[in-house]
Design a binder for this molecule. Structure first.
Ligand SMILES: NC(=O)c1ccc[n+]([C@@H]2O[C@H](COP(=O)([O-])OP(=O)(O)OC[C@H]3O[C@@H](n4cnc5c(N)ncnc54)[C@H](O)[C@@H]3O)[C@@H](O)[C@H]2O)c1
Length: 383
């Protein structure tokens, strides 16, 4: 139990270094290896990040005997082969979302993780926020009455212009869906997590406003603005945005707008739940507070004060209120219970984390959205 858990991180672009930071802040895990897209990049990153070994081939990291947990932080097309190989090698896996390119792959990963008895988590970061957990506790306690309506979405603007480019635009690397798979899955998991209700069926309309984009010849990192470089025009088949209607298991209705082309909106992920007795609203751009709405008494703003939170939310908050917490804290809290499970055989009582079955469910959702759009009808979300 006092031994450190050895961790390997594959993919060192935008999100990989945040996984390293989050793992280090657990206190009992050590990043012993990283892997970049070439030997030189792996080595340089290991040096820069003070990690013992840097690889250029993820197979070498998976085979490293000191690596007990593999974090998959690469583009979407590589999640399945890396996660699969890691599980087969007996490693625990923390994988970025979306878990795979389709639900056949994600189902296989769920089954393999179960068969091998390995801890598995998907980085649905926003589920790690204390006030998201508090909203879930409010619904579960019945504070809001019966859930009737849910609304919100996820709006960004970083892919608004034809010159905005990233591997996410390429279906071979990202998957058949872009906006829905990339950020819509965050909103979907938030809806099911906060309400505690499964989505029964889906109706969706998708739109690609930019059927071609300018690809920089040297490539572009996520959220990086590349200017003054040579580009080539390439066709784009994936959606820039989509509107969603959902029907939940209890008959409640939900509506969400998902967009990567909404000027001025950066990471506006929000959810409002309207119950028969009250409402709750949370927006990840102001994650330390949520709004509680009432008909028969004054509305409230609830701050992330650990002393005021349910036990299932309190553990995720590290700082007293007044010291803001944010996205890197949520990422840590998202997979911390998985690490407790690796360390102690079970997650701490009252904690939870999104495992591969949540990732698989999100893949089913993406496919249901694509099917609904193509066939212009409601599609039942299979388990
Ligand atoms: N949970 C979240 O909130 C969140 C946020 C951002 C990204 N993501 C997910 O993280 C993943 C990575 O996204 P990103 O924004 O960091 O992209 P990115 O392009 O910034 O970084 C990806 C990195 O992986 C490297 N890479 C590609 N193929 C590789 C291989 N075979 N071996 C080793 N390295 C390889 C690239 O060179 C690049 O450095 C995506 O699946 C994305 O959906 C999740």
């Amino acid at each position: 139990m006092s031994e450190r858990i050895g961790v390997g991180v594959v993919g060192l672009g935008f999100i990989g270094p945040f996984h390293i930071d989050a793992v280090r802040r657990l206190g009992y895990a050590e990043v012993v290896a990283v892997c970049g897209s070439s030997e030189a990049k792996g080595r340089q990153a290991a040096e820069r990040l003070a990690v013992a070994r840097g690889y250029g081939d993820w197979r070498a990291l998976v085979d490293d005997p000191e690596v007990q947990v593999v974090h998959v932080c690469t583009p979407n097309d590589t999640h399945y082969p890396i996660a699969r190989a890691a599980l087969l090698a007996g490693k625990h896996v923390v994988c970025e979302k979306p878990l795979a390119m389709d639900s056949r792959q994600s189902a296989e990963l769920v089954a393999l993780a179960r068969e091998r008895g390995r801890v598995n988590a998907v980085a649905f970061t926003y589920l790690g926020y204390p006030l998201v957990k508090e909203a879930r506790a409010m619904v579960a306690r019945g504070d809001l009455g019966e859930v009737q309506l849910v609304h919100g979405g996820y709006l960004q603007d970083w892919l608004l212009f034809p010159t905005d480019y990233n591997w996410r635009v390429e279906a071979e690397l990202s998957g058949a869906s872009r906006a829905i798979a990339d950020i819509g899955t965050h909103w979907f998991t938030l809806v099911e997590y906060v309400t505690g209700l499964r989505v029964r069926r889906v109706m969706a309309r998708l739109k690609t406003f930019l059927p071609t984009r300018q690809r920089p010849r040297g490539g572009a990192l996520a959220f990086q603005r590349v200017e003054g470089v040579e580009t080539e025009e390439v066709p784009v088949t994936t959606e820039d945005c989509g509107m969603l209607w959902l029907e939940l298991a209890n008959g409640a209705l939900a509506t969400g707008l998902i967009s990567q082309v909404s000027a001025g909106r950066k990471c506006m992920l929000n959810i409002e739940v309207n119950g028969s007795q009250g409402s709750v609203f949370w927006n990840q751009e102001q994650p330390d507070q949520c709004w509680i709405g009432r008909r028969d008494r004054p509305n409230q703003i609830l701050f992330r004060d650990p002393n005021r939170l349910a036990p299932t939310a309190r553990w995720a908050a590290r700082l007293p209120i007044g010291h803001p917490e944010g996205w890197p804290d949520a990422l840590r809290a998202c997979f911390e219970p998985a690490y407790r499970q690796i360390r102690e055989g079970a997650p701490m009582a009252g904690t939870d984390y999104p495992d591969f079955s949540v990732g698989h469910r999100a893949m089913r959702f993406v496919e249901a959205v694509l099917q609904s759009h193509a066939e212009e009808r409601w599609v039942v979300l299979a388990d």
